[in-house]
Structures are given as structure tokens and as C-alpha cells.
Design a protein. Structure first.
Length: 87
């Protein structure tokens, strides 16, 4: 029987990044994505803040794909789903 995966199995103490499926994933990538995703729907389209949040989300999509977050969770926001689909 295989053991469950622990955080330290993927990112040992002292490491800030790991490579998963040929994508370098930084510590905090998932948390940063979630924080920006929560802000997205409250922003006015085309404002500097909206542009910056969207750019950061697009930058983080490969990491979320690599770790499989988008395989096990459904995105509820249509705006975010569209951004992910085109990232």
C-alpha cells in the first residue's frame, strides 16, 4: 500500500521551488492564485489593477496545471474559467 503524499515529500524544508511535470512550481503558487482569483470578479475590467491581477493569474496557471489543481477542482467564476482556458 502506498503512503499519502505529505507537503515535505514535494517541497523539503528549505526549498522554495520544485519541478513537477517539467514545470518549476514556487512555494506559495497555489495560495497566490487563490488570493488573486478571489479579487478578480471585484475588479473593473481594464483598470491597472485588473490587468495586473489577470497577468499574475495567467503566469500561475501552468503551476496549477502541473500540480493537478485544475484536475480536481471546478472553477465557479466564468471570468476565471475563461482566463484559465486562454492561458
Amino acid at each position: 500500500m502506498s503512503q499519502p503524499v505529505r507537503p515535505e515529500d514535494l517541497l523539503p524544508d528549505g526549498a522554495d521551488t520544485c519541478v513537477i511535470n517539467d514545470v518549476e512550481v514556487r512555494k506559495g503558487s497555489v495560495a497566490a492564485f487563490v488570493a488573486n482569483a478571489k479579487r478578480l470578479d471585484g475588479l473593473e475590467l481594464g483598470t491597472p489593477e485588473d490587468t495586473e491581477v489577470r497577468a499574475q493569474l495567467r503566469k500561475l496557471v501552468p503551476a496549477l496545471r502541473a500540480v493537478g489543481v485544475l484536475d480536481v477542482f471546478t472553477v465557479r467564476s466564468e471570468t476565471l474559467a475563461d482566463l484559465i482556458a486562454h492561458a
